[in-house]
Design a protein around this ligand. Structure first.
Ligand SMILES: [Fe+2]
Length: 351
């Protein structure tokens, strides 16, 4: 991982003038910059950030890494971090950052009006920016109508032995989905489901796109991925031969697992005002359904109920309003991550 930020602290250091007298600048130059630690890996610079700079003149400097690696970095850097905004692909990681004092609360009427309560921290340390659903994908040529799995637990059926593709446990998507199972079903039942997946000898593939391509090519018949990877492939090829199922829609079921990409302002943000401006923009103009918005640029669902949903998403997945979504408050995901990791390790899930 590389970090390309300028040494922002250098500007505050006194300079030695020709006379030999130490001078401290009395007026700081306004730096129209905002530094973002981003776990989003959908292009080095997302088009939405470019759009933001065009609209506001504030340059966005992005430093990328996994959610966990960036959290580690924030911990290590403490008050010295150059990051103003922590932008992750996982509510659990934001929750941990908030609990550890790495984020500061923000009372912004703009943001509170734009982001529904269920999609933000109840203490306003972080806010959802886009929604992603992790669900079941299958190959309709290889799976008979009556066999189509309807729940995460259905993938434990021995009929999927050797036919299942999953993301390894090193990835936050797997950890958070498992954490949600623990939160909803309890440790024992969650462990039984994970064990059932493991017993079906899955192929572990560390890319949701590759999981979908493998299903399409007949390398496996069913799998779990985030919804937008299918939308991306369908955008390239409308006949891409993988079908989605919203998981856990039955009366007794908990609903499909939702995660958020979201962001919070770091506790000691140097470019605080610019970070606020960016965050407010991300949940308003930045909700656009084309590539100038965060959801539109990656086929995600907006958090702002006023925002349009990309028509391709509705075409593939139907109306989100008709989908039963896991009601677990996203702020609770972080609390179950440790337990999830233990289950993944002890059941022999692939890392
Ligand atoms: Fe992703």
């Amino acid at each position: 991982m590389t970090f390309k930020f300028a040494r922002l602290g250098a500007l505050a250091v006194g300079v030695i003038a020709m006379t030999g007298v130490a001078l401290t600048p009395t007026t700081a130059q306004p730096r129209q910059v905002v530094n973002v630690y981003s776990a989003r890996t959908y292009g080095a610079m997302e088009a939405a950030f470019v759009e933001f700079t065009e609209q506001t003149g504030i340059e966005v400097r992005v430093s990328q890494g996994s959610s966990q690696a960036l959290l580690e970095r924030l911990r290590a850097e403490g008050a010295q971090t150059p990051a103003d905004l922590f932008f992750t692909i996982d509510a659990g990681t934001l929750d941990l950052a908030a609990e550890e004092g790495l984020l500061q609360p923000l009372e912004s009427e703009t943001i509170l009006a734009a982001v529904p309560e269920a999609l933000r921290d109840d203490q306003n340390h972080w806010f959802g920016i886009s929604q992603r659903l992790r669900t079941i994908m299958y190959n309709p040529d290889a799976v008979a109508e009556a066999d189509i799995p309807q729940t995460y637990a259905d993938l434990t059926d021995p009929k999927w032995n050797g036919r299942l593709c999953l993301r390894p446990a090193t990835h936050i998507y797997t950890i958070s989905l498992t954490a949600a199972l623990v939160a909803n079903l309890g440790e024992e039942e969650a462990r039984a489901i994970v064990q059932g997946w493991v017993d079906n000898q899955p192929q572990y593939i560390d890319s949701d796109t590759e999981i979908l391509r493998t299903i399409a090519a007949g390398g496996c018949d069913v799998g779990l991925t985030n919804h937008y990877y299918l939308a991306r492939l369908r955008n390239e090829d409308p006949a891409f031969p993988v079908m989605p199922v919203w998981a856990n829609q039955g009366d007794e079921d908990t609903g499909v697992f939702r995660n958020l990409s979201g962001a919070g302002i770091t506790a000691n943000a140097i470019n605080y005002d610019n970070a606020v401006t960016l965050l407010e923009w991300l949940v308003t103009e930045g909700q656009a359904a084309d590539e100038t918005g965060i959801p539109g640029g990656n086929y995600e669902f907006p958090v702002n109920p006023e925002a349009e949903v990309l028509p391709l998403l509705t075409e593939i997945f139907g109306d989100l309003a008709d989908v039963k979504i896991d009601p677990l408050p996203v702020v609770e995901y972080g609390d179950y991550q440790d337990e999830a990791l233990i289950i993944l390790e002890e059941t022999g899930y692939g890392f």
